[in-house]
Design a protein around this ligand. Sequence first.
Ligand SMILES: Cc1cc2nc3c(=O)[nH]c(=O)nc-3n(C[C@H](O)[C@H](O)[C@H](O)COP(=O)(O)O)c2cc1C
Length: 169
Amino acid sequence: MDLYKLMKNRRSTREYITKKIPKEKLDSILQAGQFSPSGANQKPFVYIVIDEPDLKKKIKNYCELIDKNFFDNSPKVLKKFMKGRKISLKKDFLVDAPHLVIVAGETDKPSWLESTWISISYVILAAEYEGLATLTYTPAEFDFLKDLLNLPENLEPVLIMPIGYAKNR
Ligand SMILES: Cc1cc2nc3c(=O)[nH]c(=O)nc-3n(C[C@H](O)[C@H](O)[C@H](O)COP(=O)(O)O)c2cc1C
């Protein structure tokens, strides 16, 4: 498929079916994240794939609480945007999508945050190329994930990315 067309067609997806992704496909998509440029070529990011239903449910519960609190205290412009886009405070995609990919950056490496997000862009486009859907979901805080996944001090989660098949596409 034409690259520009692929970029233009990509959409954030907030509704998924539970159908699993073949392992080779998921591996290829995540591999694409390793091809991006990074500060001093350090590739300062880690992709953690979560499939276990219980863990996904826990993440969903935390995120719904965090986002509700954030939304209640957020500026009008954000409330209006979310309403306009019909973005719900229910985060069913966190359990419906077969895989949640947590992306964390290594904070002790140069340009870790920029490098991590460039890598994420590659993964998003690779998923689109494979006919899969993603979302760049960023709850208002990530501390709960550090505890839940027992991450070392230098690993900072920046994204929860559901990957799967879109419900309506
Ligand atoms: C850094 C970043 C954070 C985002 N955080 C969220 C989020 O927490 N929840 C959500 O539903 N969408 C989130 N999005 C998705 C945007 O709302 C979406 O990309 C934008 O509305 C444009 O829609 P499109 O991706 O379909 O083109 C985020 C996007 C980016 C780049």
